[in-house]
Design a protein around this ligand. Sequence first.
Ligand code: SF4
Length: 312
Amino acid sequence: MIIWTGASNIFVILTGENYLNLKMNIRIDPYAGFCPGVVRAIQIAEQELRKHKQLFCLGEIVHNQLEVERLEKLGLKTILYDDFRDLKDTRVLLRSHGEPPETYRIAKKNNVKLIDATCPVVLKLQKKVKRNTEEMKMRNGQLVIFGKKDHPEVKGLVGQTGNTAKIIGPDGNFKHLDPARPVRLFAQTTMQSDGYKSLREKLKKKMQEHLSGQPDFVAHHTICKQVEKRIPKLKEFASAFEVIIFVSGKNSSNGKYLYSICKNTNPDSYFISDREDLDIKWFKDKSKVGISGATSTPFWLLEDIAQAINEL
Ligand code: SF4
């Protein structure tokens, strides 16, 4: 007998004639699934596809192959920047990461209508970065972004600075900054808070030492709250179950990071990408199973995994 408790995402599975002894709780992490910015972008894509049947998307809408394939079946076609430059008289979706001004210029020149699904949090950050760039220009300062240089959000932010921003990667190396000049520091919304805080303190200290006084240094905490609150919630979730199944695309850096948190909290944590990766041995003598995933893992996939464990 299988009981699905709906809103609380709990399967209570009572099997065969011994069902009084064999009971398994399977629970999906309520904080897992796409962040609101990605959910919004997908909703916008689906609305457009209901009206137009086909839509181009500049870059993958989300770093999850299964979700990309699902949307492709509805008519969403992912294109690269080189393809975008050659497109004319059509419609293109901009995903949640945001774009540099150059993308808007190309679209205008080629009569391409942009369906802009940039996350409102990223849009706000872009505006702030642009304003601070003006200020830094007047004061011979440096606009600094803590992020991954090849990440689309960072490219969008750098575009707001006319490509003048200095980037500090996850290793926190800031040797290329001039400690004598003013600094305005920002972070890519999906960076890890600990890394940002440590960089902020080290950089400030370096500037203080160099100037032997109060430096002109402002650090804007621009890491997304949705991303930040995930870590403590995930630790809590991982410690509440005997087995954790973590679902993510193999190439997702966010997936690898969140999985490491699960594994450190609960050694019986396993990384999978789809139901084929499940191993029945993991569930031997276990009755409480938690399922979580990266910010790029769709909730429907977590539900599918819950169903697959139930079938095992
Ligand atoms: S800012 Fe937050 S909600 Fe928006 S896309 Fe980034 S992670 Fe998602």
